[in-house]
Ligand binder design. Sequence first.
Ligand SMILES: Cc1ncc(COP(=O)(O)O)c(C=O)c1O
Length: 333
Amino acid sequence: MSITTHFPRYPLAFLPTPLHPLPRLSDELAGNFRLWIKRDDQTGLATGGNKTRKLEFLVADALAQGCDTLITTGAIQSNHCRQTAAAAARAGLHCELVLGGQPPAVANGNLLLDLLFGAELHWTTRENRLNRLHQLADELRGAGHRPYFITYGGSDPVGACGYALALEELREQTAALDIEPDLIVIPSSSGGTQAGLVAGAWVLGWDVPILGISIDASATELQKTVAELASQTAGRLGKPHTFAPADILVNADYLGAGYGVMGELERQAIRLLARGEGILLDPVYTGRAFGGLLDLLREPERFARLFGPGTHTIIFWHTGGSPALFAYAPELI
Ligand SMILES: Cc1ncc(COP(=O)(O)O)c(C=O)c1O
């Protein structure tokens, strides 16, 4: 079974992204596990990341609807906003971003890149972001523009299709390498990445567990979000299925002191992968998820109880985010 979509796709990503082993880290784990990494930090758009695959479908949809401006929202260091701004520049569209917080004295990391890509910024409180985005859409329409509204993280069924196809890409790579993953691990926040992968696995008939390490939501909340979005995405891909929250594999043990607050878990994971394998994680998403995975792997018996005794080959899906490292410099070194 393969995934066929008839939806327009605007090419933004350099695909396939690499899949390669993490040999030194695997050896450190006393040979119990073989770790691989899927490099969506190398999608090629504006330093890469998981939003590129979603934006291929979102931008194409915007163009098909005759829109002239992409609008979306996120945190100050939003990777999603940075990639949306770059995608808009590539497609010849305007981009307006609603960011939560106060403008800092010096723009750094993703915020600096938003500005370089020519995005117009609107500031509001974190809680008011979605309201402000709706208001902005009305203002733009009133001024004769045609805005295309992209929700948090590009996580709707249009964007999530990008990750259903990504799973097919991974399956082709694992088949060519003759490896059988026992578990895929990703950071999960607005849920579109995990939902796309889960829907992709369903359409492909590939029985591979996909664990989302929650970045900012309780397990119950995230399972509900992902189940709903995966159900909508499966329907959009022509193989309807209703996922129940209990079908969605989530770990919410690593929320630390909250969204965007880098703790020792993230700091150590970032250092370990940087020094051990020459790979950059980020302080908000991949640092937290990889740190969580390492913590789970440190106790092989507990890990076997959670995921089954045959779980040895693990693919960590790197979803990008490295520009945020620069904004966290004082806390990292
Ligand atoms: C680097 C990175 N990884 C993971 C995620 C989470 O992806 P999703 O929102 O699709 O759950 C994000 C979301 O912004 C991100 O920027």
